[in-house]
Design a protein around this ligand. Structure first.
Ligand code: THU
Length: 127
């Protein structure tokens, strides 16, 4: 599975975005070490803080199915389904990624591939 295929799956995931309050749809496609893909979209709520991001939807789906080893995540997002600008993962999603992913993990956006260290060089750890 190459980066463009994973981005395409992220676009598919965004089709299910429930984003009636922001109008900003996000899709994520999470590739596991054993080659499976878990897709996620953002799901908003009228009680705004209960909204969950696409990335965490995908990660929590995978973990709840017993899968905790990941290779890459592709992310797309934009207002009214326009994905022409790169959509960076938020800090909460980066922290969740850091729970399961190491430096080999690839964060694939429409403008290239990044690592967790690129976005979150210092992360919270219980140590
Ligand atoms: N959102 C994501 O899905 N992922 C992120 O990393 C940041 C933001 C969603 C949440 C909300 O539904 C919409 O984008 C606007 O903030």
């Amino acid at each position: 599975m190459d980066s463009n295929e994973l981005l395409q799956l992220a676009c598919e995931a965004a089709q299910n975005s429930y984003s009636k309050y922001s109008g900003f749809s996000v899709g994520a496609a999470l590739l596991t070490e054993d080659g499976r893909v878990f897709k996620g979209c953002n799901i908003e709520n009228s009680s705004f803080s209960l909204t969950i991001c696409a990335e965490r939807t995908a990660i929590f789906k995978a973990v709840s199915e017993g899968c905790t080893s990941f290779k890459a995540i592709a992310i797309v997002g934009g207002a009214e389904g326009n994905f022409s600008h790169p959509c960076c993962p938020c800090g909460a999603c980066l922290q969740v990624m850091s729970e399961f992913c190491d430096e080999d993990f690839s964060i694939i956006l429409t403008n290239g591939e990044f690592t967790l260290d690129d976005f979150l060089p210092m992360r919270f750890e219980l140590n």
